[in-house]
Design a protein around this ligand. Structure first.
Ligand code: HEM
Length: 388
């Protein structure tokens, strides 16, 4: 553990990191929202109960069995998004944001998903200036970025509230086709407000982070044509798609990319009580920064940690706290199973259908801004002629 100032400590120790993540909701709360004021710690504590109840409703709907129903749609959405680039040189991250936005909108809202990817994109753009900023003005200051954030946020809440109440008002309860159906039939019933905020948390969780991961995967494939052709061979001929279970190399590539470039490279916790961590005594309000990026590259836990080696996943069984792309403990990523499926299918499909031409791939090193993703990666997705 180390610290640069009075109120913030970093931990790069897997045991202590695991301890912090498992004590979250008791001794710690997760990062406070933008514009959280002095009562934020108390407010964050109040949110824990309702959120954990919502988590219990959401979890089965985002499990592997439920997610597998969307495999065909995931591939179709990816195909459409990449075909639209028509072999042009494109900025990869916005393309992957488009893909992830459509995929998660469909998972959450099924046939009512129209307009949601655009809303996610607008939110993403409105939040970027905050992630890159050294300072934050209070919410009441009408700065351009504050006004934009508030405007987009209001539009988001209005849109989702409208969708939730329209679905609630439908005369017959239908079989579950998306997450909104699941939330509306929860027992005990959830309020519209709670359904709306839960939907929004899942939509946001399934947008920027998976898009960052997929951008890093594209970079790894562009740098390694040999690996890309091994993946294409695993995927089979371009006309079809192998089922998820038969893509062990693609899955290993996803795991290895998440090890070297975890999009959530740092997780923040705020102590909500006086607590001891290792040799440190923390006061309420002190922050602990857990850093998967550093733990994943530590030679004490990983052999040749800086080498990109998907083959290590044939035998790797990471000890608790040493592999944390999806976090750990009570706030473990709700979309981990969905994400692994989605990214594995997408990795395989990209290698199967395209030759990647990305001259700046080596130079586009991961940037530590908000999510970890290769800065300014550009690529042409050149279709592989059928039969080759
Ligand atoms: C590569 C893909 C993904 C990665 C690496 C990832 C990573 C993470 C991490 C590290 C956390 C915990 C943050 C913390 O403890 O502070 C988290 C939380 C969360 N993720 Fe993901 N995620 C991914 C995809 C998804 C997807 C596809 C969804 C939705 C379908 C999703 C929904 C969520 C939600 C709702 C939370 C909040 C959980 C809570 O606070 O209780 N994630 N994710």
């Amino acid at each position: 553990m180390f610290s640069f100032d009075d109120r913030v400590v970093f931990t790069i120790d897997p045991r202590l990191t695991h301890q912090v993540l498992t004590a979250t909701n008791h001794d710690y709360v997760t990062e406070l929202a933008p514009f959280a004021g002095s009562s934020a710690l108390h407010a964050a504590g109040e949110m824990i109960g309702p959120w954990m109840r919502a988590r219990r409703v959401v979890r089965p709907a985002l499990g592997d069995a439920a997610a597998s129903g969307l495999d065909g749609r995931i591939v179709a959405i990816l195909d459409a998004v990449l075909d639209r680039t028509a072999g042009r040189d494109v900025d990869v991250l916005p393309v992957m944001l488009d893909f992830a936005g459509q995929a998660v909108a469909e998972l959450c809202l099924g046939e009512d998903a129209a307009g949601i990817p655009e809303l996610l994109a607008a939110n993403h753009a409105a939040l970027l200036p905050f992630e890159d900023a050294d300072y934050q003005l209070p919410a009441w200051v009408p700065s351009p970025r504050n006004r934009r954030f508030v405007r987009v946020h209001r539009r988001t809440v209005e849109t989702l509230t409208r969708l939730v109440s329209a679905r609630r008002a439908e005369p017959t309860r239908r079989p579950h086709r998306d997450l909104l159906d699941v939330l509306l039939s929860a027992h005990p019933a959830m309020t519209d407000k709670s359904v709306t905020s839960t939907l929004w948390s899942v939509l946001v969780g399934g947008h920027g982070i998976p898009a960052a991961a997929l951008t890093s995967i594209v970079r790894e494939l562009a740098i390694r044509p040999r690996l890309a052709s091994d993946l294409a061979a695993e995927a089979g001929p371009p006309a079809g798609t192998e089922p998820y279970a038969r893509l062990p190399l693609a899955e290993a590539v996803v795991k290895e990319t998440l090890r070297l470039s975890p999009p959530a490279w740092m997780m923040t916790r705020v102590a909500c009580t006086a607590v001891t961590l290792g040799e440190w005594r923390l006061r309420p309000g002190d922050e602990v920064l857990c850093t998967p990026y550093l733990i994943h590259r530590d030679p004490r836990w990983w052999s040749q940690p800086d080498v990109f080696d998907p083959a290590r996943w044939e035998t790797a069984r990471p000890a608790p706290g040493t592999y944390l792309p999806f976090g750990s403990g009570s706030r473990y990523c709700l979309g981990a199973a969905v994400a692994m499926r989605q990214l594995t299918l997408a990795t395989s499909r990209i290698a199967q259908r395209f030759h990647l031409h990305a001259p700046n791939a080596v130079a586009a090193e991961p940037a530590f801004c908000g999510r970890l993703a290769p800065a300014g990666l550009r690529a042409e997705f050149r279709s592989v002629p059928f039969g080759l």
